[in-house]
Design a protein. Structure first.
Length: 421
């Protein structure tokens, strides 16, 4: 397609009239569609219905009655399941709760209230957290809840801008940590390189209590081909910084978001420290869902096979989104996007100053998108350009209709922006 940014005013006005007419036709339909969050659709959830009746016993392999209190760091067989899946020794795991986000919040709260072992509580210090962007909005709202300053660093295809990360961490002792989504980053779907992971694990930091919050939320969510994330716990141990990383994972987008399992992994010393704090907050997580999960999947290979079935359902959705973007915007100069390697999202960038208007226009026609700016701290996208598309929730027919409308919204707002020049 030709470059719309080179069109004359008369050509743009003609395109606007055509596009406006089509948009008005969609608006008259009274659509109610949702592309706002990365939720699994009903067809994906149906694949896990067997989880509901998976139990044929109430006893764990060590004889624990799962209906009762106890086993605060997770059932042995649940630890083995995730140890085998993720390649993390069972001794380095705390398994429990349905949300990895809760573990992230708790870890941050423990650091805030008590500090890493041997260090002052973060609440007694100035704390800055490095936030690769575009990134995950819930990382930012969590960080902000504790009053930490968020410092934006650019996210590249293979991870954060490490030259800037190393500079900031080395020069400022208030830089205490960094958020990382290593495999299929949210929202760009990229993978951190082994080289950058090694630099994170070994870099010199002014803060001796610097921490990496390694959120491997999409670590098994392959769509086209399987990829692996670097082993951050091994890398930090080899670099002499074993306590530097906290690793998070969950089954929330593997089986049921409301009935999954979250976990945190770290060095054995950090796990012992976390377990001591958790012991004050719970006498034990939900062991019933832990055993159900083990029985349903059987082993790590069972999870891998399950994710292949999910990929078969999600692949047409992602193929449609990417195909539509290519068909409608390649060569136009109106939109750029990052083809994800996997995960749950597609990240697009409009012309500067257009994202909020696109989201508002879509909402007026009945399509809810993730709020513009959500992929930056305080929702402050400096270019007002990034939009996160979540193709996983609607069925393919709904997604096709939604993408048609989104294309019209992007074109309308882009034309108005070009007419301002």
């Amino acid at each position: 397609m030709s470059d719309w940014t080179t069109y004359s005013k008369e050509e743009l006005l003609e395109l606007k009239a055509e596009t406006q007419k089509r948009y008005d036709e969609y608006k008259a339909k009274g659509l109610k569609l949702d592309l706002s969050r990365g939720k699994p659709g009903s067809d994906v959830l149906d694949l896990s219905n067997g989880l509901l009746g998976a139990l044929d016993t109430y006893k764990s392999e060590n004889g624990t009655d799962i209906r009762n209190y106890g086993v605060p760091t997770g059932l042995p067989e649940a630890k083995k399941l995730f140890s085998d899946l993720l390649g993390i020794p069972a001794a380095n795991l705390i398994v429990g709760g349905n949300s990895s986000l809760t573990h992230m919040y708790n870890v941050f709260a423990f650091l805030h209230l008590f500090g890493p072992k041997g260090f002052a509580p973060w609440s007694k210090q100035k704390v800055k957290i490095l936030c690769p962007c575009p990134g995950y909005d819930r990382h930012f709202t969590l960080t902000d809840d504790f009053g930490a300053e968020m410092v934006v660093v650019p996210l590249k295809e293979d991870g954060p801008d490490m030259d800037l990360v190393e500079k900031l961490a080395a020069e400022d002792e208030s830089v205490k940590g960094i958020w990382i989504i290593p495999l299929y980053s949210n929202p760009t779907g990229g993978i951190i390189s082994s080289e950058k992971a090694k630099r994170l694990a070994s870099m010199k930091t002014a803060a001796k209590d610097f921490r990496i919050f390694w959120d491997n939320a999409y670590g098994v969510h392959h769509i086209w081909e399987k990829n692996t994330a670097p082993d951050i716990l091994k890398l930090t141990a080899e670099a002499g910084n074993a306590d530097r990383a906290y690793y998070f994972f969950s089954t929330s987008k593997i089986n049921f978001p409301g009935g999954g399992i979250g976990l945190v992994a770290a060095s054995e010393e950090n796990v012992a420290e976390l377990a001591a704090h958790y012991a004050k907050a719970t006498i034990g997580f939900d062991k019933i869902i832990q055993l159900k999960t083990v029985k349903f999947f059987g082993n790590a290979d069972g999870i891998v096979a399950h994710m292949e079935r999910i990929a078969e359902l999600l692949r047409p959705r992602f193929d449609h989104v990417l195909g539509t973007l290519h068909k409608e915007f390649s060569g136009t100069g109106l939109l750029t996007w990052t083809p994800p390697k996997g995960g749950y999202f597609v990240s697009v960038d409009t012309l500067p100053g257009c994202a909020k208007a696109v989201v508002a226009l879509a909402k007026d026609a009945g399509v809810v998108l993730t709020g513009a700016g959500a992929t930056y701290p305080h929702k402050a996208d400096p270019n007002d350009s990034n939009i996160r598309i979540a193709p996983t929730y609607p069925d393919l027919d709904e997604l096709e209709e939604t993408m048609e409308l989104l294309v019209l919204c992007i074109k309308l707002v882009s034309i108005d922006k070009l007419l301002e020049v």
